[in-house]
Write a protein that binds this ligand. Sequence first.
Ligand SMILES: Cc1cc2nc3c(=O)[nH]c(=O)nc-3n(C[C@H](O)[C@H](O)[C@H](O)COP(=O)(O)OP(=O)(O)OC[C@H]3O[C@@H](n4cnc5c(N)ncnc54)[C@H](O)[C@@H]3O)c2cc1C
Length: 391
Amino acid sequence: MRYDAVVIGAGLPGLLAAWKLAEGRFRVAVLERGTIASESSALAAGHIPQESTSPANLAVLLRTRAIIDELDRVTGGMVRFHVVGGLQIATSQDGGSALRARVDLAARLGVAGEYLDPDLIASRWPNLRTDDLAGGYYTATDGFVFSQTLSVTLAGMARNAGAEIWEGCAVDRLTVDRGRVSGVVTAGHHVLAPRVLVAAGAWSATLLARSSIFLPTKSFVLQALIVVGDHGGLRFMSEFEAGHYVMPRSPATLLLGLPPSDIGVDVDRFSRHPDPTTATRWLELLQRRVPALREARVAGGWAGVLASTPDAWPLVGRFGPEGLFVATGFGGGGVQRLATAEAVAQLMLDQEPFYDIRAQEALRFEGYDDTPFEFREGPFYYTETAATQLW
Ligand SMILES: Cc1cc2nc3c(=O)[nH]c(=O)nc-3n(C[C@H](O)[C@H](O)[C@H](O)COP(=O)(O)OP(=O)(O)OC[C@H]3O[C@@H](n4cnc5c(N)ncnc54)[C@H](O)[C@@H]3O)c2cc1C
């Protein structure tokens, strides 16, 4: 079996890259050890901000939205971008100042964010308790997508363009011949390809370590709870200090997203079910903020494992031996940063990426030797700050 490119992992980035590679007339196979989107890509809240203080990140967010709109058109409305705005609130003076500073930074990139003082928040969000707030930040154009629908649609687009998607097909290792990638080994078969894209989510690092290629990522867990109760039309809201957020799912249900936990967890042994004691604690915190939810209950939830990098930016583009590409390290922002995978596909096709990938290019960690580093990932809607000395 010989392909122009093999993609490892049928999560969101792997599927988008496969679609774009197949459109570029590559013979491409996606090798997925489970089923399409069988890990985090189907578990996401799907939040896609349309604001950032980084030009590269903003380009990615806007392109992600454009891809979703294109898919929505071609599928007759299946992949809707639901605009719910984005309110972030802070309880500390430092938090309030950080949100105020963001307005100016975002304005420099032409993004209209609004700083809100507590009285204004109280008048516009009467269902929120505001007496402990220092301030808030609001953007009107943020939205969300149902990430499972998006994943399945991308798989359809990839197949339709000619890509093969092999489910139940775990890749054991890469093969490298005289410093060049020559393919992958799966279930005893050698699949030949001069270009391999590793998009295996939190498993990317362990997979590559088997070939002595070290990716600077650290695993962690994100949990989501489904809260049932009349939330009075609450839209997307996040808390700056505590790090949780709510996303409306229906008039009577909310997704309550928790901040990162279980940092450094073994990616093959994490719990996929939120712990009930933790769930109760976060529900109580939400009920204090939204008194109308006092009778609400947690009706379920789930947890997914993710990988974050030393500077909390993703890892995209070339890495290691010639012919190897990565699209991973998205942390809790792989839906919103979906478009980065299009840029990786462009590189693989020897085209110019649609945005300046330098800040996110995996090669910034060339020579990384598996030294431990500090976990810096914030909730996914935070703006990243690039650190200079990372390990
Ligand atoms: C609760 C929760 C809420 C989230 N909310 C948001 C949000 O609101 N906005 C946002 O932008 N992001 C959000 N995310 C993050 C987002 O889901 C991820 O960043 C994104 O899905 C990562 O995609 P991925 O393809 O890298 O990883 P995954 O979706 O985990 O996919 C990796 C795939 O690789 C496969 N694989 C692994 N090893 C192998 C192997 N050896 N051979 C073959 N296949 C292999 C796996 O089976 C899996 O299907 C959230 C995540 C969670 C868990």
